[in-house]
Design a protein around this ligand. Sequence first.
Ligand code: C5P
Length: 219
Amino acid sequence: MIITIDGPAAAGKGTLAATLAEKYRLAYFDTGMVYRAVGLEMVLQELDVHDQDSAARIASEMTFVKMMELSRHPDFRTDIGGQAASIVSAHPAVRSALLKMQQDFSHNPTFADGTPANGAVYDGRDTGTVVCPDADIKFFITAGPEVRAKRRYDEFVQKGVAADFEKVLADMIARDKRDSERATAPLKPADDAVILDTSALTADQVAEQTVAYIEAHRH
Ligand code: C5P
């Protein structure tokens, strides 16, 4: 079974993906990681993230192993990694260079230790529209910008990372705008996706509603 979960930043995609992965023994691919890896690698090499040609070169050299290595860098999950990811992900050549790596995962999904999984759950912006258009189940998870900024801000506080709410909100709105307005694979629900607004829902309620849908629709 292949499940895709798309939506804007901090809508609850990652939490839901982890819950569904555990319940159905699915391997989890957080596709934001491929763009964070390219963005961070460019920052580390002091390259201009707005330069499509060098971004495309870094993307074409990116491997799954290298991405996992970069994911351990302290800036991978911070706004530095997020902003760089958002800028490089708007380059069409970067997206096409990273597409096969993401699609290959669904052909033979395995857990980190190499054991085979029952399928895969993807989270990202275009996993239901571009990466896995034939997925069995597609969700589009959203929530208002203030709610999402508050969730991201709370995550930073919990991790002991210094954060300013207004800045988190402004960065989130800028990323939403870039993700929704880019010409290639913009953030939008697939025609056959179930759209869920999580603004007033707890993570448990989101899990309950999506599991009920999966149970009713899986073949
Ligand atoms: O989900 P995450 O915040 O890690 O994603 C980082 C950035 O990567 C997003 O802001 C978005 O611009 C980009 N992205 C994308 N397509 C995906 C996943 C992420 O363009 N499938």
